[in-house]
Design a protein around this ligand. Sequence first.
Ligand SMILES: [Zn+2]
Length: 166
Amino acid sequence: MAYAPFHEEFPDIAEKETRMLTVFDLPGLPAGQYLFVEAYCNEPGCDCRRVFFNVFDAHTHQLEAVIAYGWESRDFYATWLGEDNPAIIRELQGPVLNVGSPQSPLAPALLNQMAIILKDKNYVERLKRHYDMYKAVIDKKGRRRTAKPKQTFSKKRSRRHRNRGM
Ligand SMILES: [Zn+2]
């Protein structure tokens, strides 16, 4: 599965509803603003219920951390995974620095801040809402891709080919 930015499908909502952290004085984090850009799984039919945060410095646009988070219960991910593997389930739930993603020296401090932000129930509800919106678009696209091409379309195309040949 791949994760794609929420703003690719919903640029206006993303602009209004992307979390930004303003830092004045925090351990391990230079003063500045950090954007938590959401990315969701773009595999049609997959219901993994997780978000990836690509954390950018709002001024330099540098990617500082990639944080993974799943809001569902332990049982949900055990069922989704098909096995009760505590280590993997912990990774799925997070929040964790995603293994295999680039992480800057600021990443651990950003993860700490993310863990605090995720205590905000309204924010987590917003993430779920974004996930549902995003998944609805992806699943619709998936259905269109797997649908049979319409007969009229191929007829029209073959007629055009014939015309070009004359
Ligand atoms: Zn997925």
